[in-house]
Design a protein around this ligand. Structure first.
Ligand SMILES: [Ca+2]
Ligand SMILES: [Ca+2]
Ligand SMILES: [Ca+2]
Length: 506
């Protein structure tokens, strides 16, 4: 039954894009001597679901100038080691992450069921793997997760039969310790249709879900919301009469409203709502209106009023299966959109994710520049500290054999958290991995971007009066010996008041 449904759903979602590029029947790609086929384009992340570059015979790659760092500030970044999160011999797909303080929540799909794992100490140690969907003969996948304070929400799609495909929902009110019952929040109608690809975001007591609906050969996006932490749900509200090309749409919010991005017909579209989903804008055209092919969109928003959309685009790519990461932003809550920026210039990129808060914007992506026929894929990162106007130098985040891909990021308290799937254990199954990054100025123990006597006081309070720790531990380690103690206080005092050496940098 499960396998039957799998094939069935594969056909359904496949049809979404076949209409767009029916002549591209080769849904596979070559990476060195390794060929990756579409296993299940209906999966939450649409992993390996890529439409071939229709202009793959371009003679020469086009050089694109990148915005470089134009500041001399000595800001440091620090990343934790790659940490393995899943350990099954079954292959995990489409990890999603949500963070609240030091509690990190991760979900993924494994053999058509949804699994959950959390860390209570910022990712140093991890709890048990917990199944969230009912382990049965029906497929559950396309999971997404959101958290607000101690309440964790997970949605996914499930088929109970070929005529009954629903969006399911489960929540925990104690930070993932216990989980409530599994509830359907969007049901199949009296006539056959499928519901897929949910995306969820939360704001205080408000919970918002957008999903794709397939009815009578028509794909569209629909919305439901809860005003009471997911206890009861609204009726279905139309978002777009376009679907999402078999890959989940992504929804985010900021202070001004909700934003949904989706790819349809190999074009990137955005819809926004300024009344928390009661009504939605028309489809907003985000990618270029030309013959280039735009896929795999992601979206982030911040409370400065900026909205960022990334995708991968074949516009400058001579290659069949990779392109560049494009970004377009709005600085007025999606009312108008600026020109398209290109964040990569090697034409070897695919999946990207973007997230933002008031202080910075982050983009990560799947990059094949190290693939010299060995199938190696790595994840790269760029960051902007001025609302995406310019971008700092890229950083390589992974360094391991084979594929490191499908990265997903989220921010909390100025730190960046990332999950991805990694094939480094070949021939064993791929695994979910995690790492986090932080940015700081050496000596800036209290994290206000200035190094002064307040940092001395902050350090003394932490060391001797049970005050809070530096948000980024390294920032307080003024003498750079990897230990936080009174020597750092002395180092800072000498620097600030006795012309001693500066805090040790990156
Ligand atoms: Ca790799
Ligand atoms: Ca400071
Ligand atoms: Ca130290």
């Amino acid at each position: 039954m499960k396998r039957g449904f799998f094939i069935f759903s594969l056909l359904i979602v496949f049809s979404i894009c076949l209409f767009a590029y029916a002549e591209d029947s080769e849904y596979g790609r070559i990476v060195g001597d390794r060929k990756y086929f579409v296993e299940n384009p209906a999966r939450g992340g649409g992993r390996d679901y890529i439409v071939k570059n229709p202009r793959a015979t371009l003679p020469q790659p086009i050089a694109v100038s990148l915005a470089k760092m134009d500041s001399t500030q000595e800001e440091c970044q620090v990343w934790t080691e790659d940490q393995r999160v899943s350990f099954s011999e079954l292959t995990p797909y489409s990890p999603r992450i949500a963070v609240n303080g030091d509690t990190i929540h991760v979900v993924w799909e494994q053999w058509y069921e949804v699994f959950y794992k959390r860390s209570l100490d910022g990712g140093i140690t991890w709890g048990d793997t917990v199944p969230l969907s009912l382990i049965d003969t029906y497929g559950s996948f396309m999971q997404d997760i959101a958290v607000e304070h101690n309440i964790v929400y997970v949605v996914w799609a499930k088929a109970s039969s070929e005529q009954d495909q629903r969006i399911y929902f489960r929540k925990s009110t104690d930070g993932g310790t216990n989980w409530g019952s599994i509830c359907p929040i969007a049901l199949a109608g009296p006539d056959y249709y499928g519901l897929y690809c949910p995306t969820i975001t939360v704001k205080d007591s408000l919970v918002f879900v957008v999903y794709q609906k397939h009815i009578d050969g028509h794909h569209c996006l629909r919305f439901k919301k809860s005003l009471n932490w997911g206890e009861t749900w609204s009726g279905e509200i139309p978002v777009s009469e376009r679907g999402s090309d078999g890959i989940s749409p992504k929804m985010v919010h900021n202070y001004a409203g909700l934003y949904v991005v989706h790819a349809s017909g190999l074009i990137i579209w955005c819809n926004r709502s300024t009344n928390w989903g009661d009504s939605w804008s028309d489809d907003i055209f985000i990618s270029d209106m030309d013959s280039s092919t735009a896929q795999w969109p992601s979206i982030g928003a911040d409370d400065n009023g900026a909205v960022y959309i990334t995708w991968f685009d074949y516009k400058y790519s001579p290659y069949g299966w990779t392109g560049d990461i494009f970004l377009r932003r709005s600085t007025n809550n999606g009312e108008t959109w600026g020109s398209i920026m290109v964040l990569t210039d090697n034409h070897l990129c695919i999946e990207s994710d973007v997230c933002a808060d008031k202080s910075s914007v982050h983009v990560v992506w799947h990059d094949e520049r190290h693939n010299t026929g060995n199938g190696n894929v790595e994840i790269y990162h760029r960051r902007s500290t001025n609302l995406g106007a310019t971008w700092l130098e890229e950083t390589r985040l992974t360094d391991a054999p084979y594929q490191s891909g499908d990265p997903r990021i989220t921010k909390d308290n100025s730190k960046l958290y990332m999950v991805w799937v990694d094939n480094r254990h070949e021939p064993d199954a791929q695994a979910v991995y995690f790492k986090k990054g932080a940015w700081y100025y050496p000596g800036d123990a209290n994290g206000d971007t200035i190094v002064n006597s307040s940092d001395v006081v902050y350090l003394i309070n932490f060391l001797f009066k049970a005050g809070p720790a530096p948000n980024v531990y390294e920032a307080g380690d003024a003498n750079g010996d990897a230990v936080l103690n009174s020597a750092d206080v002395v180092h800072l005092i000498n620097y600030l008041f006795k012309e001693g050496p500066a805090p040790v940098g990156c």
